[in-house]
Design a protein around this ligand. Sequence first.
Ligand SMILES: [Ca+2]
Length: 315
Amino acid sequence: MKKKSLLIVLCSFITLNLFSQQKQKIIFDCDLGGDIDDAFAVGLILASPEFEVLGFVMDQGYTPKRAEVACKLLYETGMEHIPVVVGRKTNEYFTSQFHWAEGFDKIQPIKKNAVDFIIENLYKYPDEVILFTVGPVPNMMDVIKKDPEALKKAKHIYSMFGSFYMGYDTGPIISAEWNVRGDEEAAKMFSTSGAKITFAGLDVTTYVNLNENYRDKLLRRQSPLTNALSGLYTLWRYESYAQPDPVLHDVVAVGMFLWPELYTTRPAHVKVIDGGYAIIDESKTPNCKIGMSIKKEEFLNRVMQRLLTQNLGRK
Ligand SMILES: [Ca+2]
């Protein structure tokens, strides 16, 4: 091989190698401290070397209290370099998980508001950022109102959102899924924003629950991250709606990026109608993708492997 050709091959190899080592920038917009699945999703993200987290953004409800939980979780896992961002507070409903971080003040959320934080990062890194939304989406509505083009700058958006063929009762009757119903006006704006979105609806999330066998392993692992998750789970069980085996809705949305081979999706035109329903309009050109199936056992094995083999903590 001539010297010039060899140089080109070498440069290509180095470029490819550098590229493969580059981490995926993400913004994670959540209602941590509400249902328990947000905490497990944050845990999976922290335990996943693929990610560079630009920020954990608190959405909907008592957002300053959500931020306390996020700050303590990041502090105890030695990940406090990641910004916690407080979205617009929409109520002051105090959930049982807030006891876990009540009064925690060793680190604070950043001062910048969620809307400016999201818009600035999407423009700073156009087509580079994966945005996850795993709660009701008033922050997204606020972003769209301030700048209708901003969400289109995301590389992709994965959302736990909707119920297209299956509802909470795992039957063929769709439900008014919480992230749609929780702020219907915001859900309508978000679903028609023109951004590149894949929805993880109840169709792919509702069978994915963390049974006692898995929870027992997490409890016995005795690491800062798994102890935090076990503690938050114990408090969450005091919520009136809590069942012993939590459904990992939000974790499934994160898995859609990490392990797309475990999912099937299809293009669809989704719109939100009154009553908190996200429905498919088959007569229209697709405006998103929706999750259709998931290899549940393999998914859970991979999540557990990440959570059990991480060794995050304060140095
Ligand atoms: Ca959530």
